[in-house]
Design a protein around this ligand. Structure first.
Ligand code: NDP
Ligand SMILES: Nc1nc(O)c(N)c(N[C@@H]2O[C@H](COP(=O)(O)O)[C@@H](O)[C@H]2O)n1
Length: 264
């Protein structure tokens, strides 16, 4: 069964908890599905189903094993995802599946109050933890009325952190999540967030889980190439560096191949 296979595949890497130390950031797993020719989305950025049922089960087991699940504002708006764990009964450790808290990176609060994520049931077996959606925005860039609407009409928690070149400063976002008690964050994308995270000199990706589906798209958005401008230096004059991968494992889930690795 795919759920058992997912548990066995992920078990050596559990639990996903933040490293010791008062100031340490949550554990970060970066995960996405790509076509055989390397795309995560069609060129029009419409939702693109790539994962087959078995690798989708793995993704949901991974979701259930994290405290929070993070996407960029474009993914939230384009895909209108649920971000829950409806495909699994247990997490990767065999405990009853909980849905992680959705987190949206949204510099200017474009997230619509009608987004599906706000009304998706997110029962928590332990009954104790706050499951409200968290929207992280940039200090000084958001509209107060949008913040009020997201908080009061959609029931979100809006956190404002410092901006980094007009976008949410990733270490500050993770520190804000840590301060809410989040130990582990699963980042699902899209391409811009994947690129920003993989090349961040300040944030460490602890685990990378990539599903490769035997589907050819031809034209679309590359998982990494379109999220990272290789010729663009950051504000400190540094070129983006994509880390090498170590401890690489491959396993077939249904028709898909899944790679699990650690950035060095
Ligand atoms: N196959 C897969 O596994 C997945 C595919 N996708 C696909 O990806 C596509 C969307 O990708 P893409 O258009 O690149 O957008 P993203 O979903 O990566 O969102 C990017 C936006 O997030 C906001 N943002 C805020 N802070 C940051 C930050 N620090 N770093 C990066 N982004 C930040 C920015 O918008 P602002 O400035 O307004 O804040 C930015 O434009 C969709 O088509 C979706 O279907 C998505 C997830 C997984
Ligand atoms: N693992 C995976 N496989 C695919 O084929 C995908 N298209 C995605 N996309 C991500 O999943 C989100 C949809 O989540 P729900 O099914 O609505 O819960 C989508 O927004 C992407 O983040 N992932």
């Amino acid at each position: 069964m795919a759920a058992d296979q997912a548990c066995a595949f992920l078990a050596p890497h559990l639990p996903f908890t933040r490293k010791p130390g008062a100031d340490s950031l949550p554990h970060v797993t970066l995960t996405y599905a790509q076509s055989l020719d390397g795309f995560v989305a069609r060129h029009d950025r419409k939702p693109l189903p790539l994962s087959g049922p078995d690798s989708a089960t793995l993704t949901h087991a991974l979701r259930a094993s994290h405290d929070a699940i993070l996407v960029g504002a474009n993914t939230l708006i384009n895909d209108n995802p649920s971000l829950n764990t409806r495909l699994v009964a247990s997490d990767a450790a065999g405990q009853p599946a909980q849905s992680p808290r959705p987190v949206i990176l949204d510099s200017t609060l474009r997230t619509p109050v009608s987004a599906r994520v706000f009304t998706t049931p997110r029962p928590r077996a332990d009954g104790s933890r706050d499951s409200r959606v968290i929207v992280i925005t940039c200090e000084g860039r958001y509209d107060r009325e949008r913040k009020r609407a997201l908080e009061e009409d959609a029931g979100a928690v809006v956190l404002a952190v410092q901006s980094d070149d007009g976008r949410v400063h990733l270490p500050s976002a993770l520190a804000a999540l840590r301060d809410l008690g989040v130990q582990s964050v699963m980042v699902e994308g899209g391409a811009t967030v994947i690129g920003a995270l993989l090349t961040s000199p300040e944030v460490r990706v602890d685990l990378l889980v990539v599903t490769i589906a035997p589907t050819v798209i031809g034209r679309g958005v590359h998982a990494i190439g379109d999220g990272v401008r290789q010729d663009t230096k950051d504000k400190d004059g540094r070129l983006p560096v994509i880390p090498k991968l170590v401890d690489v494992q491959w396993e077939q889930f249904g028709a898909d191949m899944v790679m699990l690795a650690k950035p060095a």
